[in-house]
Design a protein around this ligand. Structure first.
Ligand code: NAG
Ligand code: NAG
Ligand code: NAG
Ligand code: NAG
Ligand code: NAG
Ligand code: NAG
Length: 464
């Protein structure tokens, strides 16, 4: 090789390395920017509108940029709103499932635009609207996008409307395709609880109590879809986020649709059921599908307590043995009304606790009497599922799964729902004592006190 030729070679190699490095930098900057945005949304309280439009500030001309991705995107020329995208491994034909909110009366021919390595490929998407829309104008939908041939691992996806002819839009927003790897074992979490649509939330004491109880039950992760909350609540969420228990997903669709504050159009005006609870729950199910062995879908004022064993870790093997594996397990809803504050019977005693009176919110230990069984005991049940056998979910139970659901006997486990009364004319004589929670109090009370002290909601012991 001549001297000149050698220099040419070296220059060539150097420019390839520089190019790869620049590409990497763009990707990292994008990721950091995205995280930064997410972080700021999470700490801003209360964040009303989710800032969504993240566009790459620079992208190398010769390569398809890898990110950043948008977290929520409107499909131009339609009323469709895209929430998130997941690779679906369980169908015969591999596809990407895009969880969306759609105007039910609008008929859209969707085009899916995939980014596969350095190619962009198209396929036709088909939407199916979940049947649980509660009569609102908008509903949750899955837009299924079959993988085009030669595209096994798409990194990101955009959905457009065929009619709008926007396929070549340079500002097209792409969603990251998550769940790239299918897994059947060794998940980082055993139990994840999905808490949907936290809004105007101020119930700090019950939040801490529930999060501590959940940990005693064996829960490793709690996902909170948050619209708005008080500064004290935010402090608690930040505390648990830092500990690794909680993941907060900022959740506000209000820029795109008028969300209802209720579950029926006649109870709360709006175009979408209850702050978009259904798309949040479905997103959570898919987000944790390959991260968590089981997923529980219930609210922060609800606790599923086993009656014969102490934790969910012990409970689930029992249920699988008795009712069959991979079912969705339904737990009865028992209401503990908060407007009665009654002491336990003389034979039982409350554990010594720090003074919780000045902490805003409900103290679940003060409400150990429940309403008798009524219609909602069975209609407002909640579930624990193996997320990998579920295709779609609603508020009370799953809509579509591989193995169906089964009721869990109330003497094996049931749900303790500490809230405003549901049978409003009951007198206290009609209420039934159920002190199961007290079985946990040796660990529970000190754990709650510790968190309240560490977050400044109780004076620290040093200053006493
Ligand atoms: C997509 O749908 C259009 C009609 O909207 C049709 O012409 C085209 O062949 C379809 N493409 C594929 C790959 O099915
Ligand atoms: C889409 O737009 C391009 C120009 O942006 C045009 O050439 C093409 O004919 C349009 N296609 C349809 C189906 O309208
Ligand atoms: C998950 O549960 C198993 C018992 O089934 C236990 O050994 C393991 O430590 C748990 N993992 C976590 C992350 O809690
Ligand atoms: C929500 O409703 C109001 C009043 O009905 C309307 O002006 C507004 O455009 C709607 N917003 C969206 C995003 O649809
Ligand atoms: C509890 O609340 C219901 C209505 O929410 C009310 O009718 C009832 O009188 C209340 N009971 C007490 C003891 O406050
Ligand atoms: C739990 O508490 C009940 C009374 O509420 C008691 O009868 C039972 O023995 C306790 N169980 C355990 C395991 O501590």
């Amino acid at each position: 090789m001549g001297h000149n030729q050698k220099i040419k070679w070296l220059m060539c190699i150097a420019s390839v390395i520089t190019f790869i490095y620049l590409l990497y930098c763009t990707y990292e900057t994008g990721k950091t920017f995205h995280h930064w945005i997410k972080y700021n949304e999470a700490i801003a309280s209360p964040p009303i509108v989710y800032e969504l439009h993240v566009t790459p500030n620079s992208s190398p001309e010769h390569a398809v940029p890898l990110g950043p991705y948008t977290s929520l995107a409107a499909v131009k020329g339609t009323k469709t709103l895209l929430i998130s995208a997941y690779l679906e491994h369980r169908t015969d034909e591999k596809q990407v499932r895009v969880i969306a909110v759609v105007l039910r009366r609008e008929n859209v021919a969707y085009r899916c635009l995939f980014r596969c390595q350095e190619k962009q490929l198209l396929s036709n998407g088909s939407a199916s609207i979940h049947r649980d829309h509660f009569g609102f104008a908008y509903g949750t939908a899955d837009i299924m996008c079959p993988l085009p041939s030669g595209c096994e691992t798409p990194s990101s996806i955009a959905v457009t409307s065929a009619a709008a002819n926007t396929t070549d839009d340079p500002n097209q927003e792409f969603l990251e395709v998550k769940n790239q790897q299918e897994k059947t074992e060794s998940f980082p979490y055993n139990f994840t609880v999905c808490i949907s649509t936290m809004f105007d939330f101020t119930n700090v004491l019950q939040l801490v109590q529930s999060l501590e109880m959940l940990q005693l039950l064996g829960v490793n992760r709690v996902v909170v879809y948050k619209t708005s909350c008080s500064p004290e609540t935010q402090r608690i969420l930040d505390y648990y986020t830092h500990k690794g228990l909680v993941e907060v997903i900022p959740w506000s669709l209000s820029r795109y649709v008028n969300v209802s504050r209720s579950w029926l159009p006649e109870h709360g005006p709006g175009e979408l059921h209850y702050f978009g609870q259904i798309p949040a729950l479905n997103d959570c199910l898919y987000r944790y599908m390959y991260q968590s062995r089981y997923v529980a879908l219930h609210d922060i004022d609800e606790l599923i307590l086993p009656q014969k064993v102490t934790s969910w870790v012990e409970l689930l093997p029992l249920l699988e043995k008795k009712y069959g594996a991979n079912k969705c397990y339904r737990f009865e809803n028992h209401v503990f009304p908060i407007n009665f504050t009654l002491s336990p019977p003389a034979s039982q005693s409350l554990p010594p606790q720090a003074d919780w009176k000045n902490v805003p919110g409900v103290n679940i230990l003060a409400h150990l009497y429940k309403e008798p069984v009524f219609i909602e005991t069975r209609s407002n049940f909640k579930v624990i599922v193996n997320p990998r056998v579920v295709f779609s979910t609603s508020v009370h139970g799953v809509l579509k799964s591989q193995h169906g659901c089964t009721w869990i006997g109330w003497n094996i486990a049931r749900m303790y729902h500490t809230r405003s009364p549901r049978q409003i004319h009951l007198t206290k004589e009609k209420l039934i004592y159920d002190g199961r929670l007290l079985n946990y109090s040796t660990h529970f009370t000190p754990a709650v006190n510790k968190v309240l002290r560490e977050t400044g909601l109780l004076p620290s012991t040093d200053s006493l």
